[in-house]
Design a protein around this ligand. Structure first.
Ligand SMILES: Nc1ncnc2c1ncn2[C@@H]1O[C@H](COP(=O)(O)OP(=O)(O)OP(=O)(O)O)[C@@H](O)[C@H]1O
Ligand SMILES: CCCCCCCCCCCCC/C=C/[C@@H](O)[C@H](CO)NC(C)=O
Ligand SMILES: [Ca+2]
Length: 546
């Protein structure tokens, strides 16, 4: 960067070393100025330049208290360099550590002149005020009962201090019952007072916030959510997720970690990540929205069983997962789907959705394609099925993953290449197979092997799908799609005794909530909401060249 880019430049002290500090429009940089006996000028510049992007500065504060305190406690040290520079200011900024973790780091600069110190604080604050994407007022909902019941503590100890440092004002509501946050957002909250809503809890709590906010916006705009083809109005308020639940899949899949401080910092810097939302209907009646997993069969049964053991906290999913695996149930039904266009890739293409994802950006700019497609609803009934594929079968699991669904249990997720904001969901059909085969499939969620590379698994990227469980009287006697060479190798007859595959129905797990209908119609609403996130960063950002 050239001299003319400099907003302010001073020689200051940092940790007993003399440094040249420069503020450029987008970067704060400092480098040590070493004393050199060889040079007549007495100084030389070391090559090592440290930089912080202005957009990753959390705050700047005058630190006169610290300097004064040092002087008061050690008056004899007046000749030490730092005491010749009694005025100081501290810049708090985002520091990346391992595995997508962000931390708030501080660097303090000392100077001799009070005016210079104040000038630095002022110009940095002026630069920060140009960052208009940063929230100033947030509405925070805390679920005190999510996960290990640490929501309030996590917020007070790890998040509130970061918000305070960044000068963010908050209104905090600790929920008193399930759906408290949803109802407050739907009917009471004055949304004009806020730049965003923060959810402290797990995926279920996020689901409450999502429903409260999306429903409120549709009501305010007179949109009827019961119409499956209604064009929903996107939410202008962003949602921040402070993970304090059991799975925290939505947080993990959008920032690469489920760490409260990292989430707080993504909120402070004003990140924005658009996200798809699936709307779920039953016979023209709106049921729910989903952003992560809609799972019938295995994940529906795991959730149903785990709800009975909520007191176990996150461990309830392990117990129920094990029991459900042993039960080895499968369910008959018909799945119909409308495949996505080719330009959004394929679930097995290994093009993972990352920060600034091209596929998600492309989709955003090609809204016209959707408008054309939505004209389908004008066509006669028989034409409305054009382009749809239909699959009948017995399934151990039917999963629709609108994002990767990565979480600590499965770091690559249910569909590793699913995209956050491409207007599609990955429909994964796991057909009836042996228990051993299903175990192999599950195991691949935890390692690098391809979980779709099995004869009994198929995966489609779709814009819409429907599911109809088989009516007991109409169910075919045998499923022609079953693999003849792979009989169940390890039947556990005692667990199967009461199981009748002609009448059995599972339930849908909708982002951790149970749906009360099994026949559903699902439609992806492209980029309906935005999070305070940026997607998973590819790698640590290289230092900015100055
Ligand atoms: N004050 C409250 N009392 C009881 N239940 C609540 C309260 N506030 C919210 N809930 C409900 O608690 C349920 C679970 O919350 P949450 O998602 O935070 O944790 P979790 O289920 O442990 O985590 P995950 O969803 O990530 O598996 C949600 O469905 C939410 O509606
Ligand atoms: C033999 C080892 C098998 C391990 C199998 C691990 C597979 C884990 C996949 C987890 C995907 C979770 C998707 C997210 C679902 C959430 O919406 C929901 C609510 O938090 N959580 C669950 C567990 O249903
Ligand atoms: Ca998607």
């Amino acid at each position: 960067m050239e001299n003319q880019d400099k907003i302010i430049c001073s020689e200051l002290f940092q940790k007993q070393r003399k440094v040249e500090v420069v503020l450029y429009p987008a970067v704060l940089a400092w480098k040590e100025i070493e004393k050199s006996s060889k040079r007549s000028s007495g100084t030389s510049e070391s090559e090592h330049v440290q930089t912080v992007k202005v957009c990753e500065i959390v705050a700047v504060h005058k630190t006169e208290d610290e300097a004064d305190a040092q002087l008061r406690s050690h008056p004899k040290r007046i000749n030490q360099p730092s005491q010749q520079y009694p005025h100081a200011f501290t810049v708090s900024y985002v520091r990346r550590t391992r595995q997508h973790l962000w931390r708030c780091a501080d660097v303090t600069f000392h100077c001799a002149d009070q005016q210079i110190c104040e000038q630095w604080v002022q110009v940095i604050n002026e630069q920060l005020s140009l960052l208009t994407n940063r929230p100033k007022n947030l509405l925070v909902y805390i679920n005190p009962y999510g996960g290990k019941r640490r929501g309030e503590r996590i917020y007070e100890q790890k998040v509130a201090p970061v918000f305070r440092r960044a000068g963010i004002f908050t209104d905090v509501i600790v929920t008193e019952r399930a759906n408290h946050a949803r109802d407050h957002l739907k009917m009471e909250a004055n949304l004009d007072d806020y730049d965003g809503v923060v959810c402290v809890g797990g995926d279920g709590m996020f689901s409450e916030i999502l429903h409260g906010l999306v429903t409120r916006i549709q009501t305010d705009h007179g949109v009827d959510q019961n119409q499956p083809d209604a064009e929903l109005v996107p939410c202008s308020l962003r949602i921040g997720i402070i993970p304090a639940g059991s799975t925290d899949c939505i947080c993990f899949a959008t920032q690469g970690t489920n760490d409260p401080v990292t989430s707080a910092l993504h909120i402070v810097v004003g990140d924005s990540q658009p996200m798809d939302v699936c709307s779920v209907h039953h016979n023209g009646v709106f049921l729910k929205y989903s952003v992560s997993l809609l799972g019938y069969g295995f994940y529906g049964d795991v959730l149903t069983d785990s709800e009975r053991n909520r007191w176990l906290g996150p461990a309830r999913y392990d117990l129920s997962g094990f029991k459900t695996f042993l039960s080895h149930n499968y369910y008959g039904g018909t799945v119909s789907f409308l495949p996505a266009d080719d330009n959004v890739g394929h679930p097995r293409d290994k093009l993972q959705c990352r920060s600034g994802c091209r596929i998600c950006q492309h989709k955003h700019s090609s809204k016209d394609e959707h408008d054309e497609a939505s004209e389908e609803k004008e066509k006669p009934a028989e034409d409305s099925d054009r382009g749809w594929s239909v699959i009948h079968g017995k399934f151990i699991a039917i999963n629709s993953a609108s994002m990767s669904c990565a979480c600590p249990r499965s770091p690559k997720g249910l569909s590793p290449s699913a995209h956050l904001a491409d207007g599609t969901t990955d429909l994964i059909l796991v057909r009836k197979c042996s228990r051993l085969d299903f175990f192999r499939h599950l195991l691949r969620h935890t390692n690098n092997d391809d979980q779709f590379d099995h004869w009994f698994v198929e995966v489609h990227r779709v814009r819409k799908f429907r599911f109809q469980p088989w009516h007991p009287d109409l169910a075919p006697l045998e499923d022609a799609s079953e693999h003849p060479e792979s009989p169940d190798l390890s039947p556990i007859s005692s667990l199967q005794e009461t199981y009748d595959d002609r009448t059995a129905e599972s339930s849908w797990n909708c982002d951790g909530e149970i749906l009360h209908h099994t026949a559903i119609q699902v439609s992806v609403q492209c980029q309906l909401i935005r999070l305070f996130a940026r997607g998973i960063e590819e790698q640590q950002d290289a230092e900015v060249a100055v």
